[in-house]
Design a protein around this ligand. Structure first.
Ligand code: ASP
Length: 435
């Protein structure tokens, strides 16, 4: 059975058992005992095996993503345009997601006692601590200063208590610096980080064996504490994510291709059919790259020098669907936990989501470690991710479609603005882009 089917099954079983337990055991002390001593530890076991790679993975993935983006900038005009469009499309995607989640508020409506029970069940003491920390308002100046880590290792050690942002800043600077030194100077570090990234993703692969049981445990906790309301809430959340993704896919890309790329959007989407299907079925931008490269030349007739460049870089560094999804998910969970985010906090979620889109590996579930990080920064326990894990695969399939469509949209826009028959890019192309 494919792993996503097992996870989905785990979720359904956990949900059903949780709801049944809630109905049949109601005020029996056995119910909280089951939650605390069986279901929650099962979920924790799985989550902790994912969390343990978050620190190395994030540093490696983000530094590499930024280094690649920096390399793009080096390659001249096409690079700058790609960079600009990546940021523009990502920011629009997150803005759409945040708008939708603010308007439809899928996570609002839990009564206070239910919320407290959920907090207790999902995060234990950790949560109270995180919430208390989030409530400690700091001055703007202080917040700004503390974003620069004094000691990245110390920040890594307190990663889940607010250290991740400074750590991400460190990774960001590392990536920029890697793109600024001579390519041969950065090469060993780059391959080390690439190796770290690959190995850490493999560890997550191992953890995924536990996923069906972990997800069953987590869903049991949620269903047993919240009852049927949860199912409704999750349904609303899925609809908001899908609606926002569809809007971005059709309207933003459609307009971009029409206005900047000067193409007929309908014909363009028709040419993208195989690519979108591949992305949907593999849930991986990286796995879709070969199909995308072929379609760019054969179906969309894009000049190879632009499409190869943009698509290769985009498969790892431009993930609009993921960025949108992260924004929605983080805000949804914040709503569920009753954490009010003001405008500036939402702006920082937006920024982090854009960054997370850049730093996410183009593999199934690549964005999950990033979500944990963004959650931590706004005081939601990372374990809350368990609430949405069961339905993640479906959403992953959909957001991956956007991720690759976005790359192709950028390639189309860049190609339209380039004079034909130029070969500027054949020189100075960083090795990572030609590999
Ligand atoms: N599966 C996505 C991709 O490959 C990444 C993610 O959002 O998890 O593009």
């Amino acid at each position: 059975m494919p792993s996503h089917t097992r996870i989905l099954l785990g979720m359904l079983i956990g949900l059903a058992l949780g709801l049944m337990a809630r109905l049949s055991l109601e005020s029996d002390p056995l119910l909280p005992w089951l939650v605390q001593n069986v279901a929650a530890p099962l979920g924790q076991l799985f989550l902790r095996s994912v969390f343990m790679v978050v620190v190395p993975l994030v540093v490696a993935a983000l530094a590499l993503g930024v280094a690649e983006m920096g390399d793009v900038g080096r390659v001249g005009r096409v690079g700058i345009k790609t960079l600009g469009l990546t940021l523009l499309f990502s920011a629009l995607a997150v803005a759409i997601g945040l708008f939708a989640v603010n308007v439809f508020q899928p996570g609002v409506g839990l009564a206070e006692p239910q919320r407290q029970a959920l907090l207790q069940a999902v995060g234990g003491g950790e949560v109270q601590h995180a919430v208390a920390q989030a409530a400690q308002a700091k001055s703007w100046a202080q917040t700004l200063v503390e974003v620069i880590p004094k000691n990245p290792l110390a920040e890594a050690a307190r990663a889940f208590e607010g250290g991740l942002i400074p750590l991400m800043v460190f990774a960001l600077v590392l990536g920029i610096a890697m793109a600024s030194v001579k390519p041969e100077q950065a090469a060993p570090l780059k391959s080390l980080l690439e190796s770290i990234q690959a190995v850490m993703l493999q560890v997550i692969g191992f953890a995924m064996w536990l996923a069906p049981f972990g997800v069953a445990g987590l869903m049991f906790v949620v269903a047993a504490t919240l009852g049927a309301d949860t199912v409704l809430m999750l349904g609303r959340y899925v609809l908001v994510v899908l609606g926002a993704l569809a809007f971005h896919q059709l309207v933003v890309y459609g307009l971009g291709v029409r206005l900047i790329g000067r193409r007929d959007p309908l014909a363009w989407f028709r040419g993208m059919r195989t690519v979108m299907l591949t992305a949907f079925s593999t849930s991986s931008s990286a796995a879709t790259l070969p199909t995308a490269l072929a379609a760019a030349t054969e179906d969309l007739r894009l000049p190879r020098r632009v499409s190869h460049f943009v698509l290769t870089i985009g498969a790892t560094a431009n993930q609009n669907g993921t960025a949108l999804y992260e924004g929605v998910t983080v805000l949804f969970l914040a709503q569920m936990f009753g954490i009010q985010l003001d405008l500036s906090q939402q702006a920082s979620v937006m920024l982090l989501s854009v960054l997370a889109g850049i730093g996410t590996a183009g593999v199934p579930g690549g964005s999950l470690p990033m979500i944990v990080i963004v959650l931590g920064t706004i005081g939601v326990p990372g374990t809350a991710i368990g609430i949405i894990l069961g339905i993640d695969r479906l959403l992953d399939m959909c957001r991956t479609v956007l991720n690759v469509t976005g790359d192709m949209a950028i390639a189309t826009c860049v190609a339209a603005s380039e004079p034909e028959n130029e070969t500027e890019l054949t020189e100075n192309v960083p090795s990572v882009l030609t590999a």
